[in-house]
Design a protein around this ligand. Structure first.
Ligand SMILES: OC[C@H]1NNC[C@@H](O)[C@@H]1O
Length: 441
């Protein structure tokens, strides 16, 4: 079990678990449109075993059972995402009423169980029809996204506890347009530069549109990695600093200081959209809270042969999860205190933190991982970070994008043949922390 008590985190601190539509819903029916992950995953070579989210955890049909698991676990909140193609199949225009009905039932189901809905508008499943128009490379996506955000607000806004515009803009832009690991799978610095700006322009445009409709408790969720030099050599420390700029400071400086970091811009500048500087007031539109996703640290060395960004990640010595990420809870404390000291004093939520294992329902390593990172939250609070909540990633084993289904992050095991859910010992550890008892419905 954990070595912490619920009261340690503060009276109003919220505990939740997080998921995302494409990773758990399945339900590619009832008018849902195609997404870029439907096409990317069925393109050979992009995903482990060419696995797709076609069925996933069948959450589209099994959501009552999954909400029961959250309630039984004693969680206060559920972080979920809307699937843009399920609500607006072509991305703009016609609304799919069956999609609205699904999320109506899901959100009402949360409220009936006393679960606060923490919604994310975009968790990577862009409608294919918008990709056909250039997707994140097309500046018009800011307006497409804002219109979608307003549609969600009008249908569900009165019942949402918080709304995040975008999950992990670094993944939406750099991982997906520079590294090609995620959909749409570009490997192109010009695409990466433009997507890295348009994703934040879309965020700010949507925030303004939601404010105009009376939207409240609006934020964004970014993922962070502590970047350290593989050695103390100046060139390796410089590589780590540059990666910190690419992964962390592009978003923190853009969102909270209204300017992009000069070291990263030096690489992106020839490829940025014209007059991007005129957009920075919109990019840095004030928000109400900030979501922090954290998993690990990275060690970097100088690699001049690597072209545009002369750096390379190197293997570190610490214990690793099944996905190869070092277990480094101190990094969460560092990130939380850095953001609250250098960027913003608005409330922070740890919106994702967790680890992958390959199999099994008895998961002592995951209990230790969560215990260490919960300790990091407490340490950050003691150093002045206004952390208001913590969401484990993830409620269920689910589709881990290009890794497919092997890498299991769930507090609850999913047998994908039978769709049977089995709480793991880490779920019981949260249940004990949150309710003082181990019980199941
Ligand atoms: O890699 C684990 C998680 N990271 N953040 C975004 C989620 O969609 C991932 O599954």
């Amino acid at each position: 079990m954990f070595s912490h008590k619920r009261a340690d985190f503060g009276e109003d601190f919220l505990f939740g678990a997080a998921t995302a539509a494409y990773q758990i819903e399945g339900g590619q029916t009832d008018g849902r449109g195609s997404s870029i992950w439907d096409t990317f995953s069925t393109t050979p070579g992009n995903v482990h075993n060419s696995e797709t989210g076609k069925f996933a955890c069948d959450h589209y049909n099994r959501w009552p059972e999954d909400l029961d698991l959250l309630a039984d676990g004693g969680f206060d909140a559920y972080r979920f995402s809307f699937a843009w193609p399920r609500l607006i199949p072509e991305g703009v225009g016609q609304v799919n009423q069956k999609g609205v009905d699904f999320y109506d039932r899901l959100i009402d189901g949360m409220l009936e169980r006393g679960l606060k809905p923490f919604a994310t508008l975009y968790h990577w499943d862009l409608p294919s029809a918008l990709q056909d128009k250039g997707g994140w490379l097309n500046r018009d996506i800011a307006d497409w996204f804002a219109d979608y955000a307003v549609m969600v607000h009008k249908n569900f806004g009165d019942r949402l506890e918080t709304t995040a515009t975008i999950n992990e803009p670094w993944c939406v832009a750099f991982l997906s347009h520079m590294l090609g690991v995620h959909a749409p799978g570009y490997r192109d610095i010009r695409a990466a530069a433009r997507a890295s700006h348009h994703v934040l322009l879309a965020h700010g445009t949507a925030i303004n549109a939601l404010r105009a409709e009376g939207g409240k408790n609006l934020g964004i969720v970014c993922n962070f990695e502590v970047a350290q030099g593989a050695t103390g050599k100046p060139e390796d420390m410089g590589a780590a600093r540059l990666w910190d700029g690419i992964f962390n400071r592009w978003y923190l400086d853009g969102l909270f200081k209204g300017k992009y970091p000069s070291d990263v811009l030096a690489h992106f500048a020839p490829h940025m959209p014209d007059d991007f500087a005129d957009d920075m007031a919109v990019v840095s539109t004030p928000i109400d809270w900030f979501g922090v996703n954290y998993y690990t640290r990275g060690l970097y060395e100088h690699a001049p042969e690597r072209g545009a960004f002369p750096l390379r990640k190197v293997d570190g010595p610490l214990e690793k999860t099944a996905i190869g990420w070092e277990i480094f809870p101190e990094g969460l404390e560092e990130i939380l205190t850095r953001i609250s000291a250098d960027y913003t004093d608005i409330p922070l939520y740890v919106t994702e933190n967790g680890m992958a294992e390959i199999e099994g329902t008895d998961d002592p390593r995951r209990i230790a991982y969560y215990n260490g990172h919960l300790g990091a939250v407490l340490a950050a609070q003691k150093r002045g970070a206004d952390v208001r909540g913590y969401f484990g990633w993830s409620l269920l084993d689910n589709y881990e994008w290009a890794e497919g289904y092997d890498k299991r992050f769930g507090l609850v095991h999913v047998d994908y043949k039978t769709q049977k859910r089995t709480p793991k010992s880490s779920y019981r550890a949260f249940q004990s922390l949150l309710t003082g008892a181990n019980r199941s419905r």
